[in-house]
Design a protein around this ligand. Structure first.
Ligand code: ZN
Length: 196
């Protein structure tokens, strides 16, 4: 597989940690693992705009990132899915966040490059997860209304009523389905038309 065949990841959640959680898709029906190997993790890091990673990424790194991802998912979805967060997950995320973070290099006004190894990527993602899950914004975490889509997102809307992880994909599908249902139903204008 060439680099051009790399998975295209989705970044619609409004938060890096929840974008990571979305790398296992359709969790409740047909889960698809998008972080299947080192090349995928490398692509995710690059597409997230996270860092120029030094050193090789191996299967053990992928395993650690998946473990962090699942801890983040279980904790972040605790509110929307009305579950209790696990103490072990909170400890694991905190422990990972305690590692050395990525280092920014300010190249010019408006442009910084973040450098480090994959350990530092893990620590940085975990750190950001701590900021989200440990602050008041955790109350804004929602699960997408689409019953198949299991993505989480941060609802930054003023009304706090955002329903879809992504208006184009999930929201668009729901609108198309509603439109088809309306077309399939008889006109409600004359429900009791007199029979001749
Ligand atoms: Zn969705």
């Amino acid at each position: 597989m060439s680099d051009t065949d790399a998975v295209e990841f989705t970044f619609v959640s409004g938060h890096l940690a929840l974008d990571l959680a979305a790398t296992l898709t359709w969790r409740s029906s047909y889960p698809i693992e998008l972080l299947a190997g080192p090349r995928d993790l490398s692509a995710w890091i690059e597409q997230a705009g996270l860092a120029e990673v030094a050193g090789r990424i191996d299967d053990a790194d992928v395993e650690r990132m998946r473990k962090l991802r699942e801890a983040v998912y279980r904790t972040a979805s605790a509110g929307p899915l009305e579950r209790q967060p696990r103490a072990g997950d909170l400890r694991f995320i905190s422990r990972t966040a305690a590692g050395k973070q990525l280092t920014p290099v300010l190249e010019e006004l408006g442009r910084a490059v973040w450098r480090g190894n994959v350990d530092q990527v893990l620590a940085t993602v975990a750190h950001q997860a701590c900021v989200l899950l440990g602050g008041s914004d955790y109350r804004r975490i929602r699960a997408c209304t689409d019953t198949q889509c299991t993505r989480l997102f941060v609802d930054h809307s003023r009304s706090g009523s955002r329903r879809w992880c992504d208006k184009q994909s999930c929201g668009g599908r729901a609108n198309a389905a509603a439109y088809r249902r309306r077309r399939a139903q008889p006109s409600p204008r004359s429900p009791h038309a007199p029979t001749p």
